[in-house]
Design a protein around this ligand. Structure first.
Ligand SMILES: Cc1cc2nc3c(=O)[nH]c(=O)nc-3n(C[C@H](O)[C@H](O)[C@H](O)COP(=O)(O)O)c2cc1C
Length: 361
């Protein structure tokens, strides 16, 4: 397997562990992946939830937690590569970027919106910048904006497809085959999406040529076998980003109940849901989602986490729902997952997941 080269940063394995908020990918998981030779990624989304000062001052708690978690991940990773996943849709985006740079992450990955101002926030820091896109249109738009406004290009681009977990950069209409569990349509959609990946690779080549640099493209969403890794590399990708399979590992930072929910989930349990972030998401159907569907609305204690969120009209608070599940209340919280969660049959280790991705059976 060729390493993943991001400018002057060499990652032994062409693997990025997808950032997972809230609290699913913190220092234990990220450190373990970095130690094995991939990029370990901490999600900064409401990262300070475990701190006693979180309810009183969430921003302060989150900034301190970024420092704590990056430091610990680096210790566990022993020189391995550590990244931070920072959601564009979140409030105080700039502060989180600054804190991650100060904590010394090697890479910043940003999705759930286009990180149009990211280069201005990191200034001359050596940190590598990796936007997440789901379409050629978004890739072109972002590259054009960075070129015009900031005179630079991304160091790496992550293409997140429709099989991914968490928030999805597709409309509910586009995701219909998944809600309807139409396997034939899903197969067709994924074959079409290969073409989209190839077009995004071309966009990166064009902008790479202009700046005389190579912009590697990393593919994410539903990659859980050596065969799928090979498929992505054959399309011309330089690596893969994987999240769902890493949840059911001993090292993952989520509560054991969260991991158990993954092991027990069937394909019928996986649904496309509406999120207050304003994008569809994918998760495991449970009491919480049934209640929301029936119009129940819990109390909302706003911590001002999102840039565009109106507590008066949203069906639920995403921060509270994600914190409940990561702390073990998987019936009354929101459990995000990828489309292939039903393939997970047991709790394993980070080492075993990586072996299954890179060694053919
Ligand atoms: C539990 C969970 C939480 C996630 N949270 C985030 C997040 O906070 N920010 C983000 O950019 N992506 C998030 N994702 C998406 C992953 O980083 C990743 O790109 C995607 O899930 C890859 O597909 P896979 O899970 O099928 O491997 C999340 C995914 C899961 C499963």
């Amino acid at each position: 397997m060729k390493p993943l080269i991001i400018g002057d940063l060499e990652v032994k394995l062409p693997l990025i562990q997808g950032g997972m908020g809230v609290g699913v990918s913190l220092s234990s998981l990220a450190g373990a992946v970095a130690f094995e030779g991939g990029v370990g990624v901490i999600s900064t989304a409401q990262i300070g939830f475990y701190r006693p000062d979180f309810n009183k001052n969430p921003l302060e708690a989150n900034l301190k937690a970024i420092e704590e978690q990056v430091k610990r991940a680096k210790e566990i990773g022993r020189g391995g590569v550590i990244g931070a996943n920072i959601m564009v849709a979140g409030r105080n985006y700039k502060e989180y970027v600054t804190a991650a740079v100060k904590a010394g992450v090697d890479l910043i990955i940003s999705g759930a919106g286009l990180p149009t101002e990211l280069p201005a926030y990191v200034k001359d820091a050596k940190v590598k910048l990796a936007p997440i896109v789901s379409s050629e249109k978004a890739a072109k738009l972002l590259c054009r904006m960075w070129d015009k406004r900031h005179h630079c290009t991304p160091d790496l681009v992550i293409v997140e497809g429709p099989m991914a977990g968490g928030h999805l950069g597709f409309s509910k209409e586009q995701l219909k085959p998944f809600s309807e569990k139409n396997d034939e349509e899903i197969r067709r959609m994924m074959a079409d999406y290969d073409g989209e990946i190839e077009k995004i690779i071309q966009v990166c080549e064009t902008y790479g040529e202009k700046y005389n640099k190579n912009i590697p493209v990393v593919v994410a969403g539903g990659i859980d076998s050596h065969e799928k890794v090979q498929h992505c590399l054959n399309l011309g990708a330089s690596g893969i980003q994987v999240a769902t399979p890493f949840v059911a590992t001993e090292e993952c930072d989520a509560h054991p109940n969260f991991k158990k929910a993954y092991v027990e989930a069937t394909s019928e349990d996986v649904v496309i849901l509406n999120s207050p972030v304003g994008m569809p998401g994918r998760g495991i159907r449970n009491t919480f989602l049934k209640n929301i569907e029936e119009g129940h609305r819990g109390k909302i204690h706003c911590r001002q986490c999102l840039e565009h969120c109106d507590p008066a009209t949203i069906p639920y608070c995403i921060t509270d729902a994600l914190i409940r599940s990561v702390q073990g209340d998987v019936e009354n919280g929101l459990v995000f997952c990828g489309a292939e969660v039903d393939k997970i049959k047991k709790i394993s280790t980070v080492h075993e997941v990586i072996e299954s991705l890179f060694i053919s059976e």
